[in-house]
Write a protein that binds this ligand. Structure first.
Ligand code: SF4
Length: 487
């Protein structure tokens, strides 16, 4: 036992007497605490048995601390008081029971009704009906946005937490409700061939449709909508915020953005008005039914290809590999989205050279040699804390293999190395030099190598936005409204 007062620790004999004294001290304080708790419960029960003159129903519930929703003595909807019914049968007079019940109802019912009213007001303001769902018998909703195909009962939400069935309709709880807003360098997404050296306004919400044990944003991705601090940010205000902070593009990132695809689509429509670009940082777990609805609005994507085995996807991400490969092929064959791929290498789980070779060969065969591939370093996080950080040598090895296979643009990320530079595949010269997420030097000339003229694929310059909105009343109002975000 690693921590606490487990037998193994004390048998080691390292701290013999001191340890024993500590055990005695703790067990005696535990006993005192338990006795005090027992006394408190006894006095609550005794008070009830004495009919506890006129105590309101709610405080009785708190006092007793024994809850059974289905056995509420007063029949008050939603009340958790119940187990004390036993005590009443033992000790209370019929008169006292009636009085307590009447008082309880009188106090609780107006409060319950006020709360229900409040709930309705919140619904009207926040709930946004989802797309990509169909009703099912029994009030269920079938969500077909991602390959999980959740069948969601009334009052419940899907695996991702933020698509919820209310009254037989599916709602997107993440709509206009980002839990994270930040300005990042675009190289952090990572995108190395898309507007290099620029800033990108990045948003994410609660929830996720994958269950990755190594998630580095688990504080939001594994939270429900009401467990995060989110900001109300209407879609049409997002591009204004980006322009206010000098960002030529917007990223949907941090958690899986397809699960809030309705918001993504509306933001993209607003961003287009100002010539801003849009980026998805995605796990690629989406159905074909929703794919074009979302990606037809997107300019660039970084897709996480988390491993190249079904067993890794099944055990470590709780999903499947094939739908992600399908998404990559659809992106390449059916859209104009600029695509880069990230493969986070986790020691012993997906860093086998054979697997890296197979992944690289698949990329070459199905997507071509020009799709940039980023191998990035893992650090222990969330449920995967028993694995060490990825050694830089593993990333060097992976990069070597992918280049040997024939991929032209292979990068190393999350470490300090020259593996972040863009090299010309024709003459080998460095055309863009980077340090971590910073562009130190961009030597591209007319989007080509300055040495041999080889064209380097990507989107290298920012197209001018459709007129400066800085004087518009809309822009000024949005700027004032979101000053508090302190981006
Ligand atoms: S998007 Fe969410 S609710 Fe819809 S199928 Fe996927 S996990 Fe389930």
């Amino acid at each position: 036992m690693a921590k606490g007062f487990g037998v193994g620790q004390w048998q080691s004999g390292e701290r013999g007497e001191e340890a024993e004294a500590e055990i005695l001290r703790r067990s005696s304080s535990d006993r005192l605490r338990m006795t005090a708790e027992k006394k408190r419960q006894d006095s609550s029960l005794a008070a009830l048995a004495r009919n506890d003159r006129g105590k309101p129903h709610a405080s009785l519930a708190r006092d007793v601390g024994q809850h059974r929703r289905d056995a509420c003595a007063t029949g008050t909807k939603g009340c958790t008081l119940g187990a004390e019914g036993e005590v009443w049968r033992q000790g209370a007079s019929r008169w006292a029971k009636r009085r307590i019940i009447a008082e309880g109802r009188a106090r609780i019912e107006p409060a319950v009704s006020a709360m229900q009213d409040l709930h309705i007001v919140q619904r009207a303001e926040e709930l946004h009906e989802a797309r990509w769902w169909e009703p099912e018998p029994g009030g269920k909703a079938h969500c077909y946005l991602c390959p999980r195909h959740c069948h969601i009962g009334e009052g419940q939400s899907g695996f991702c937490f933020i698509r919820a069935n209310r009254g037989g309709k599916l709602y997107s709880l993440g709509y206009a409700s980002p839990a994270a807003i930040q300005i990042d360098p675009i190289e952090k997404k990572p995108l190395n061939h898309f507007l290099p050296g620029t800033k990108i306004l990045s948003l994410g919400t609660a929830g996720c449709n994958m269950g990755c044990f190594f998630c580095q944003n688990w504080d939001i991705s594994k939270s429900k909508h009401d467990q995060v601090h989110s900001t109300h940010l209407p879609a049409e205000e997002v591009p204004l915020l980006a322009m206010q902070h000098g960002c030529p593009s917007l990223a949907f990132t941090y958690n899986e953005p397809t699960i809030w695809g309705e918001y993504v689509i509306d933001i993209c429509a607003a961003a287009r008005e100002y010539g801003l670009k849009t980026v998805m940082v995605t796990n690629g777990y989406v159905t074909y039914e929703a794919f074009h609805d979302i990606y037809d609005h997107i300019d660039a994507a970084n897709v996480d290809l988390k491993a190249f085995t079904e067993s890794f996807y099944g055990k470590i991400t709780l999903t499947h590999l094939q739908p992600v490969l399908d998404t990559l092929v659809w992106l390449k064959q059916e859209t104009n989205v600029w695509v880069e791929i990230t493969n986070l290498l986790i020691p012993t789980l997906n860093d086998d050279p054979k697997q890296i070779r197979e992944l690289s060969e698949w990329v070459l065969k199905h997507l071509g040699p020009e799709v940039p591939l980023h191998f990035t370093a893992f650090h222990p996080d969330f449920k995967l804390r028993d694995k060490p950080n990825t050694p830089p040598e593993t990333l060097h090895m992976a990069r070597e293999i992918a280049r040997e296979v024939g991929l032209h643009y292979v990068y190393e990320g999350n470490i300090w190395s020259d593996g972040g530079n863009t090299l010309c595949p024709s003459c080998g010269q460095t055309v863009i030099r980077r340090s971590w997420h910073k562009v130190l030097e961009n030597r591209l000339k007319h989007e080509a190598c300055p040495n041999c003229g080889h064209q380097i694929p990507g989107h290298w310059s920012d197209s001018p936005s459709a007129g400066s909105p800085r004087d518009s009343a809309k822009f000024q109002a949005a700027t004032r409204k979101h000053e508090a975000l302190n981006l």
